[in-house]
Design a protein around this ligand. Structure first.
Ligand code: PGA
Length: 248
């Protein structure tokens, strides 16, 4: 059976390593799902050394080469050596603040897979609230096809439906559970159209203002395999409840 995933995207938080230790130390991973914590890169190694037996770790981004002259970059191989098994790619904030485009996401995805990481491929960047369902699907299809360009298989890639407008810091528009379930089906269809029926079971996560209030409505559908959680993952009591309830 596929393991359900709860991914904590800490973004550029917290300020210090001692606060990072405190936050991870307050988490109570559940038995039936895999908790993946994605902290700022500088905290990866110390956190994975201290908590690696309780939870898994991931990067929030990576570059498309394993080493080289890319000032400020961090490579998939370096993430691995710091204890990461996963990496978030194509996040809306990378696209908005770091001018990341589809081509870069494609190169990053290939490099991450080559280094043995499991990528969380975010789809839904750059979208504004009020976009029609057909335009949303066209944009997601374009991002997906560009991201997987040249790949022979999806391999371990996990797909994440995360429309920019649903992210708490970008307005946090509530996406209905129906829409989440519908888009999860749409992503699975895109994957099978491109890679064949063997990827019908690809894992699909939802991200965007998942918190203790919205969480329950999403999980009843059973059509998604987990969540990418930003803001609520920085509130340990709330995040603990999400993990507990996901276990039921
Ligand atoms: P949010 O962030 O849960 O605060 O909306 C999710 C994300 O950006 O991955």
């Amino acid at each position: 059976m596929k393991k359900r995933l709860v991914v904590a995207n800490w973004k550029m938080n917290p300020e210090s390593l001692s606060q990072a230790f405190k936050l991870a130390g307050a988490y109570k991973p559940s038995r039936n799902s895999q908790l993946v914590v994605c902290p700022p890169g500088v905290f990866l190694q110390p956190l994975s050394q201290r908590f690696g037996r309780k939870m898994a770790f991931g990067g929030q981004d990576c570059l498309w080469e394993q080493e080289g002259a890319y000032t400020g970059g961090i490579s998939p191989a370096q993430l691995r050596s710091a204890g990461a098994r996963y990496v978030i790619l194509g996040h809306s904030e990378r696209r908005k603040y770091f001018a990341e485009d589809d081509k870069m996401v494609n190169c990053k995805l290939r490099a991450a897979l080559a280094a043995g990481l499991t990528p969380f491929l975010c789809l839904g960047g750059g979208l504004s609230a009020g976009v029609s369902e057909s335009k949303l699907k066209i944009a997601i299809r374009r991002q997906f096809r560009a991201a997987v360009g040249g790949l022979k298989s999806l391999s371990r890639t996990v797909l994440v439906f995360e429309p920019a407008y649903a992210i708490s810091t970008f307005g946090g528009k509530r996406v209905s559970a129906d829409e989440v379930a519908g888009m999860a089906g749409f992503l699975r269809r895109l994957a099978t159209q491109r890679f064949g029926s063997r990827v019908a079971a690809v894992s699909v996560l939802y991200g965007g203002s998942v918190d203790k209030a919205t969480f329950k409505s999403y999980r009843v559908f059973g059509r998604i395999d987990g969540f990418l959680v930003g803001g609520a993952s920085l509130r340990p009591d709330e995040f603990k409840r999400i993990l507990q309830e996901f276990d039921i």
